[in-house]
Design a protein around this ligand. Structure first.
Ligand SMILES: Cc1ncc(COP(=O)(O)O)c(C=O)c1O
Length: 304
């Protein structure tokens, strides 16, 4: 029987096993989803694109007036603490900051002080067939919340739209769901950004104005495209354009670039991973190797 991966949790500076880690039921993260978070991983023990993730964590905090009681260096120290205890080459890392505990009530002023929770667990490699054959994705009926509500560009603990969209995919045994906005524009996957090569061969990814999280993989891939002079259009993508795309792929920090084989049960392009996905995936992997080498030097200088 396969054993489940080891999971450790740093709660406000103390590392616990998954069975011992505790947070109050009066915590606003639990009561209202009043929290922000980031997910990344380690590669050979070194956190991946950590500064980008911490930048986004602070940005998310600012957008919902949640003040982080930790400096960037303190957060890195707490992450290092739990990673040292976990001691695995490749770990999934989730950094959560909640507004804290307090009397039950919507007023954010009721919270005492923010809680920090860092979950670290072993991250086994993803199935190879995702990348060699592609994955099956659906378009969800559940819409992404509009930017005029809590902007999807805030990575908050409030993920119920995405949870319900994923449940739609799950019922159909699909890998994931793409979500539209109230104007019928494609936004993103439930935990990933989306890219297409449209019928005319143009590479596109939805603009932030469509309502989506500004993914770190998306940001780096846009930089790669700029460097390699690959044209990318950041104009809204409607369902019809999506359905006629020659290629579609998802991007995220842990899964990188995942090509689609089918959309709503119909083959995307030839039905196998396309040439633009291949080119960008190779370029992204090379980019990761380069920046991870620098990150390793910096991380090891502080955490020998
Ligand atoms: C809703 C959503 N969109 C996009 C992404 C991809 O972002 P990143 O590339 O920073 O992992 C995520 C990742 O967690 C996400 O939750």
């Amino acid at each position: 029987m396969p054993t489940s991966p080891k999971r450790l949790v740093n709660v406000n500076g103390q590392v616990f096993s998954e069975h011992e880690a505790r947070i109050s039921v009066f915590d606003r993260g639990f009561l209202f989803g009043d929290s922000i978070y980031e997910v990344t991983q380690t590669i050979e023990g070194v956190p991946f694109m950590l500064d980008d993730h911490l930048d986004r964590l602070y940005r998310s905090g600012e957008k919902i007036a949640l003040q982080l009681p930790y400096s960037r260096d303190e957060l890195k120290k707490e992450l290092a603490r739990v990673l040292k205890a976990l001691a695995v080459e490749q770990a999934y890392v989730r950094i959560i900051i909640t507004r804290g505990e307090g009397e039950i009530g919507l007023d954010p002023g009721l919270a005492t002080s923010a809680n920090l929770v860092i979950i670290a667990k072993e991250l086994p490699p993803y199935p190879r067939h995702w990348y060699t054959e592609g994955v099956d994705v659906i378009v969800a009926h559940t819409l992404r919340n509009p930017t005029e509500s809590i902007d999807p560009n805030v990575k908050s603990g409030n993920y119920l739209n995405n949870v319900m969209a994923f449940a739609e995919a799950s019922r159909l045994k699909a890998f994931d769901a793409l979500m539209l906005n109230h104007r019928g524009e494609v936004t993103e996957g439930t935990t990933s950004n989306v890219w297409i090569v449209n019928e005319q061969g143009l590479l596109k990814t939805p603009p932030l104005a469509s309502g989506l999280l500004e993914g770190i993989t998306r940001k780096h891939l846009l930089e790669i495209c700029r460097e390699q002079k690959i044209e990318v259009s950041l104009t809204p993508i409607h369902l019809e354009e999506l359905q006629k795309a020659q290629e579609i792929f998802l991007t995220s920090s842990t899964k990188r670039l995942v090509p689609l084989r089918t959309l709503d049960g119909k083959a995307v392009g030839s039905g196998s991973p396309g040439p633009i996905w291949r080119q960008l995936s190779t370029a992204y992997d090379a980019h990761v190797q380069k920046i991870q080498a620098q990150a390793r030097e910096q991380w090891q200088a502080v955490n020998p």
